[in-house]
Design a protein around this ligand. Structure first.
Ligand SMILES: [Zn+2]
Length: 373
């Protein structure tokens, strides 16, 4: 009996060791993310880390995303000295202050009246020529003035409050200018009727033409942004922070409501920064939602995350508490799902509210250091 028992024990030990080894290999592979080129933070220069005499390379951070309004030459020089790429965030359709002097740029609702801002998220009529010029001029100024590595569109969608568990997505803009431009560009002629009747028609019988036309208006802004980059700083990347829904989530609201046509925008955009804020958007216990949405985007746009591909997916993932808290135990999992292919970069939302939560910052740094090639 002794021998068979020994043999059994011996073979058990062998299988245990091989299981252990394979687990270690899996862990090591999980830690290595050679496809991840960008390990970024969003929301400004991490002075709190630099003040501790830490350098960004030793922390595993190699990119900083900051509002275009808070760029200065000194801050850019500081980040470049640290070897980090600097990307500016650019507010396209959400400069609410503009309405003070230009009330005719307010989005108009289905009843023909100014549509109140849903939860305070004020959008602008996308065909207002003065507003468009204002944003294009500002975009050009930022690119001319600052040596940035790229610029990311933010809020490039219709008047809506979608950054929440239950989105509020009013139908707009039925202003006279939009209705005229729609008819001119689609050759659809609308009857002489009050706006409330026209909006019913546009959201009913003419919905397909209306939805596509609105998407095309927003896409044309992206075309112009690209043209400005080409003229001013051609090596800079054009990115976009965009809603993380798939084409079927919320009944196709990505196009139907937000007027985001990712496929049509793709010829002008280099990097898609999908915004899967899992906690904020009703998936607090499910960080895997991040990689599911990223995988959908890759399939939708035929992006695999292979070297040399023109289009890239760099998700912005939620580590700071916004609405829902993100526990420190989740940091690893959020970054794991945020760095899976087809993603080739990642950044965390957002430094301003994250930095006082030093346990989460430490966990982020630990992860970034581990995946650093
Ligand atoms: Zn309008």
């Amino acid at each position: 009996m002794a021998r068979p028992l020994l043999r059994t024990l011996f073979s058990l030990a062998i299988s245990f060791t091989s299981v252990l080894f394979s687990m270690m290999t899996v862990n090591a592979e999980e830690q290595k993310r050679p496809h991840i080129q960008i390990r970024g933070i969003y929301g400004g220069v991490p002075d709190q880390l630099l003040d501790q005499k830490k350098t960004l390379p030793e922390l595993g951070i190699n990119a900083v995303f900051t509002g275009s309004g808070s760029l200065t030459q000194e801050r850019i020089a500081l980040l470049k000295q640290q070897g980090a790429k600097v990307f500016a965030e650019f507010n396209t359709m959400h400069v609410a202050n503009y309405l003070k002097d230009h009330p005719d740029a307010s989005p108009i609702g289905v009843d023909g009246k100014v549509c109140p801002a849903p939860q305070g998220w004020q959008g602008i009529c996308p065909t207002h020529p003065g507003y468009r010029q204002y944003r294009m001029d500002e975009f050009r100024r930022v690119l001319k003035e600052f040596e940035i590595d790229g610029i990311w569109l933010d809020y490039h969608h219709s008047h809506a409050s979608w950054e929440r568990a239950v989105p509020d997505l009013p139908d707009t803009c039925f202003c006279e200018r939009c209705l005229k431009q729609f008819q001119r560009e689609t050759k659809v002629s609308l009857p002489d009727a009050p706006t409330s009747e026209l909006s019913t028609l546009l959201l009913g019988k003419q919905k397909a033409a209306w939805v596509q036309w609105r998407c095309d208006v927003f896409t044309d802004w992206v075309r112009e942004f690209r043209a400005i980059i080409k003229e001013t700083r051609p090596q800079a990347l054009l990115g976009t922070f965009h809603c993380p829904w798939s084409d079927t989530d919320f009944n196709g609201a990505l196009k139907n409501k937000l007027a985001i046509d990712l496929k049509a925008q793709a010829p002008y955009v280099d990097v898609f920064s999908i915004m899967p804020y899992h906690a904020r958007f009703n998936h607090p216990e499910d960080p895997a939602w991040i990689s599911r949405q990223t995988a959908w985007l890759g399939k939708h746009l035929s992006i695999k995350g292979e070297p040399g591909e023109r289009h890239k997916i760099w998700p912005i993932v939620q580590l700071s508490d916004w609405g829902e808290t993100v526990p420190v135990e989740q940091v690893h999992s959020v970054l794991d799902h945020g760095t899976r292919l087809p993603a080739t970069g990642v950044m965390v939302f957002r430094w301003g509210s994250l930095h006082p939560q030093t346990d989460k910052v430490d966990a982020m740094i630990e992860y970034y250091q581990a995946i650093k090639p």
